[in-house]
Write a protein that binds this ligand. Structure first.
Ligand code: ADP
Ligand code: G6P
Length: 467
């Protein structure tokens, strides 16, 4: 990290999260840690390749942090007060928009003070970008937390090319219409030149909404606004640095780590693996229940099989996340108290985040991967598993409600709400012939190595800059 940053840049990313999070320990010492979630995993390699600047929040309330240079690009931290963290981040972003955009799996909460804070903070991000962008620069706004930034930024700097990418799903109009501020949010996004979504369905949902705005016509992926602009609306399924993950997972160090982890788990014949943020969209309740029942019914033998589940703590002060954490702890305890033994735990559950090398080792050793969200924009974990696991005798069980299901068609598909169906599919994935599994893995590998994060970024930026 160095303190020298450029005055103005031609390429800017704005996201609520920065790639690194500032942590202040009890003794006052400061450290930086990798930030959680798929947005950072996807964008880090793009920024390392392209350079420019990343504007975002550094994860600590009430702290002003100076800009710095990191990994080949500049970082401009945007400060948030403790009250803004509560109202803009935990409130409007993660208790209003997050559940609303994920099909109202839990009830979205609407508060007028949260909406006020959301507008105020979005203006601050836009002002920071307007400050840093060179004449005619390309600015790429990321995700639902910054839904209003395209409009604000266009008002401040009409010379810029503005792209927006939504990393999460976009709901059907029937659900979206509950939002008291639906008009303002649609108008916020229409400030962009290009709006990208994970799937064609999400893009179609937005286009339908845009058409309802007075003076806007929208059809075939283009919206025409009353001020005479054309906004392109399209899907750009996001991906990962597949080769980077593969190289890491097949390095000698990580292979040795995988062997050690297998040893630590008691050398089971089969390892089933799951890794997610601890989020109610990830289908953890259903997944753990399904595997627990397979153990209880004797279909899985705890002397032979271990289910390892990691769950990174996430948004811990938001009510629904607290409820989820308690529910999962209880569920895991109930299962482990009935199956396995002191020496052989059937279910190994860790509520923690692990370094990238350890994660790669876990993917490398996992015979069966469970990715069962009840709704997910894409789900990068599914792609990471395919990139990391080099053994053909492997299987991916994937929810049909993840964006990734449109691309990884050879996965063992499940409806996570159908516990019996999920149990049957897990057993099939474990018992199918090595030939069938190898064919599936090879086909998914082709997909993941062809459609990498570089392809995603280049497709988006070519479309944006070509307009
Ligand atoms: P989301 O963005 O909703 O969290 P994704 O599956 O798209 O879901 O991305 C999650 C990212 O976070 C992946 O890159 C994954 O490797 C990482 N991740 C999730 N859980 C952990 C964990 N316990 N430790 C380390 N990395 C994790
Ligand atoms: C998802 C969202 C990202 C978010 C990430 C982690 O990937 O799409 O915008 O950064 O989850 O969540 P957090 O609230 O910790 O930033």
């Amino acid at each position: 990290m160095s303190e020298t940053v450029q005055d103005k840049v031609d390429f800017l990313v704005i996201a609520n999260r920065l790639p690194v999070d500032r942590k202040v320990d009890d003794d006052g010492s400061v450290s930086w840690k990798s930030s959680p979630g798929g947005l950072v995993t996807a964008l880090e390699p793009v920024m390392q390749r392209k350079g420019g600047a990343w504007i975002g929040w550094h994860g600590a309330p009430d702290e002003v942090v100076k800009p710095f240079h990191h990994d080949g690009y500049d970082i401009h931290p945007v400060p948030l007060s403790a009250q803004e963290v509560e109202e803009y981040y935990e409130g409007f972003s993660n208790a209003t928009l997050w559940p609303l955009y994920h099909d109202c799996i839990v009830e979205p909460v609407f508060h007028r003070e949260w909406w006020d804070a959301f507008q105020k903070v979005n203006k601050r991000f836009a002002e920071q970008a307007a400050e840093q962008a060179a004449e005619g620069a390309t600015v790429w706004v990321q995700d639902y937390q910054l839904n209003l930034v395209p409009k604000y930024l266009r008002e401040m700097r009409p010379d810029l090319r503005i792209g927006f990418f939504l990393h999460i799903p976009f709901p059907p109009i029937e659900l979206y219409s509950r939002l008291p501020w639906r008009e303002e949010l649609v108008e916020g996004l229409l400030g962009a030149d290009l709006i990208g979504f994970q799937t064609p369905g999400a893009a179609a949902n937005f286009q339908r909404l845009a058409r309802h705005r007075p003076g806007v016509t929208a059809a075939r992926g283009r919206a025409h606004t009353p001020d005479g602009r054309t906004v392109v609306i399209r899907d750009f399924p996001i991906s990962i640095d597949s080769r980077g993950f593969h190289e890491l997972a097949t390095s000698e160090k990580v292979k040795a780590e995988a062997a050690k982890l297998r040893e630590d788990l008691g050398h089971p014949g089969t390892i089933i693996f799951g890794v997610d943020r601890l989020d109610y969209t990830k289908g953890l309740r259903q997944r753990i229940r399904a595997v627990g029942e397979l153990f209880k019914e004797g279909k899985l033998d705890p002397h032979e099989v271990v289910f390892l589940q990691l769950a990174t703590p996430s948004r811990e002060r938001v009510e629904e996340y607290k409820i989820l954490r308690d529910d999962i702890n209880l569920l895991v305890g109930q299962i482990n108290s009935k199956v396995g033994s002191i020496a052989n735990r059937a279910l190994v559950y860790r509520n923690e985040s692990v370094p990238r090398e350890v994660l790669a080792a876990m993917y490398q050793m996992a015979d069966l991967m469970l990715v069962t969200p009840v709704r997910d924009g894409m789900n990068l974990v599914a792609k990471e598993y395919i990139a990391c696991r080099s053994n053909d005798d492997s299987a991916l069980v994937l929810s049909e409600f993840a964006g990734a299901a449109r691309e990884l068609k050879q996965a063992y598909m499940v409806n996570p709400y159908d516990i019996d169906g999920m149990k049957a599919t897990i057993m099939k994935a474990l018992t199918d012939s090595p030939k069938i599994k190898a064919r599936k893995m090879r086909s998914m590998r082709r997909q993941v190595f062809d459609k990498t994060i570089d392809v995603w970024a280049d497709n988006f930026l070519t479309e944006l800059e070509g307009q």
